[in-house]
Every structure is written in structure tokens, then in C-alpha cells.
Design a protein around this ligand. Structure first.
Ligand code: URA
Ligand code: SF4
Length: 189
């Protein structure tokens, strides 16, 4: 199984009610050989319309955050907890995240990343630990199944509360340090 094949089955998915209101499935994207996988929450309006992850305002900020540490969409991969937009951008329900998780799990298995970065609380609570506290634990490393994981604030949260940006800058620097330590080709294009 490769990501292309997985994407085409995912695009027909009706495993939770979010399929009824979607325009496009937002499977994810980036470099299919990436060593770093970023996991967001779910598509917003712009993502639903375009089928691409993080293309709205939060996406622009994410691009700026990546650029600070020399990354861009061509050397990472980005996916979301749920592949279809929750109506009015509400948080995805637990039942929707559970229904969608097998897609993300397969994506991650194929990609086999060295590092996973959770964007925001919702993603960190499903991927790292159910009681993960983003305000206290952002920027801290955990290791699961040989994959190093950390969470940083979601770019949408940084748009709402710019006072968190300095902490996120520190987290990004720490991420960069560990990428240089464990990744083999992320900074060579
Ligand atoms: N927010 C997310 O969590 N994911 C996207 O793809 C866009 C905005
Ligand atoms: Fe399927 Fe996930 Fe979309 Fe629900 S959110 S319909 S599980 S792809």
C-alpha cells in the first residue's frame, strides 16, 4: 500500500457523519518521504474547498513557523485528525476522531516518520496522551513506538493569542535541534 492508493480509498470514506457536509476530503500532503509528520485537528473552510491541509490563515502562519527553522511543505508531511471539515469549525467529536483514526494510522505506517509534531491540544490528546495539557507540556518530548513526539500550540491558537508566540519559537528551536540529531535527509534537498 502506498499513500496514493490510501488517498483514493479515503476520498470515498463515509465512516462518520462528517462526509455528508464535506466538499472535499482533506487527506493530507507534503513530501511522501518526509521524516517529520505534523498532525493538525481538522479541515477548516479553505481546506474543505481546496482539498489541501492548512491553506487558510492558520496555514499561512504555519508556513511562517516552519520557515523559522528552515522547513517548508517540500520536506515535511501534514495530516489532520479528521479528514472532513466539522460544521462551523467545531472541535471534532470523539466518535469522529475514532472513526477517522485508521486513516491516520495507515498514513503514519506508510510514512514511518522519525518525529511527530502535534498541532494543538486536540491532536496531542489523541496522539500523545489523553490528559495532555498543552499549556504545561508543549515543547516536551515523549517517545512512542520509536517515534519522538512533541506538541506545539496550534497556529490558530497563536492567531487568537499572540502572547504565546515566544514560547512557540523556543519549541520550534527545540524541534530543529532534534531534527538535526535524528533525521537523515530533512535538511538536504
Ligand atoms: N486547522 C487544522 O487543524 N487543520 C487544517 O488543515 C487547517 C486548519
Ligand atoms: Fe471518513 Fe474521516 Fe471523513 Fe469521517 S472524517 S467521513 S471517518 S474521512
Amino acid at each position: 500500500m502506498d499513500l496514493k492508493t490510501l488517498r483514493s480509498s479515503c476520498e470515498d470514506c463515509k465512516k462518520c457523519a462528517l462526509w455528508e457536509t464535506r466538499t472535499n476530503v482533506v487527506f493530507g500532503g507534503g513530501n511522501e518521504n518526509a521524516e517529520v509528520l505534523f498532525i493538525g485537528e481538522g479541515p477548516g473552510e479553505q481546506e474543505d474547498l481546496s482539498g489541501q491541509p492548512f491553506v487558510g490563515r492558520a496555514g499561512k502562519l504555519l508556513d511562517d513557523m516552519l520557515a523559522i527553522i528552515g522547513l517548508d511543505r517540500s520536506n515535511i508531511y501534514i495530516a489532520n485528525m479528521v479528514k472532513c471539515r466539522p460544521p462551523k469549525n467545531r472541535d471534532p467529536l470523539k466518535i469522529e476522531m475514532e472513526a477517522c483514526m485508521p486513516w491516520l494510522r495507515s498514513q503514519s505506517k506508510i510514512l514511518n516518520p522519525k518525529i511527530i509534531v502535534c498541532l494543538g491540544r486536540v491532536s496531542a490528546m489523541s496522539i500523545i496522551r489523553e490528559d495532555f495539557k498543552i499549556t504545561a507540556e508543549h515543547g516536551q518530548w515523549t517517545e512512542k513506538n520509536g517515534i519522538k513526539m512533541m506538541a506545539i500550540y496550534h497556529p490558530a491558537a497563536l492567531l487568537r493569542d499572540p502572547r504565546r508566540r515566544p514560547e512557540t519559537f523556543e519549541d520550534l528551536k527545540e524541534l530543529q535541534r532534534v531534527i538535526k540529531e535524528v533525521c537523515e535527509h530533512t535538511y538536504i534537498n
